[in-house]
Design a protein around this ligand. Structure first.
Ligand SMILES: [Zn+2]
Length: 178
């Protein structure tokens, strides 16, 4: 019996000791991520932005919170970024991460800001969304996991993709003389 208890103890210690190594064993841990910075023109390492619901409510407007944190959708043709055509970058309204270049914005006629591609594949995350009885692909910010919109495969060349975004999920920053 005593030997059995010792063996059990050793096994349990072994199990717990193994735990941390299953997570972020890479440098910087599981919370760090590589993102592209439009300002610097290169990739940098950043940290995931994780906040509670209450913290998000404090820093976001009601509309931003509804879309980013509750996966809402603004009404078509009401978004403030729909008609923006200046040269600049569209950033995440939650964490400020660069998401889209103005050069990749196009008039889709859908009533939502539409883009052919993100600023860098690493800056966005996609995942299947089977809500509302349809198969769609959700687009999220890679850093704060805020809901941005959906991506569809009926976009123009060269990507054939249409990133259908919510204005309220983004902030536009004009870049002058760049
Ligand atoms: Zn974000």
């Amino acid at each position: 019996m005593r030997h059995f208890l010792i063996l059990l103890f050793v096994l349990l210690v072994g199990m717990f000791a193994c735990r941390p190594s299953t997570g972020g064993s890479e440098k910087g841990g599981a919370l760090s991520l590589k993102i592209y910075s439009a300002e610097l023109g290169r990739y940098i390492m950043s940290q995931k932005v994780i906040k509670t619901e209450q913290e998000w409510k404090r820093i976001l407007t009601k509309e931003q919170f509804h879309i980013l944190r509750e996966k809402g959708t603004e009404r078509a043709f009401t978004g403030k970024l729909l008609k923006v055509h200046e040269h600049g970058v569209f950033r995440c309204a939650g964490c400020g991460l660069d998401l889209f270049n103005s050069e990749d914005k196009f008039e889709s006629g859908t009533g939502w800001p539409s883009f052919t591609k993100p600023i860098a594949p690493e800056n966005i995350t996609t995942r299947p969304d089977n809500s509302l009885f349809s198969k769609r692909t959700e687009v999220l910010c890679s850093r704060c996991e805020g809901h941005l919109g959906h991506v569809f495969d009926d976009g123009p060349k060269p990507t054939g993709l249409r990133y259908c975004m919510n204005s309220e999920a983004m902030l536009f920053v004009e870049l002058k003389g760049q």
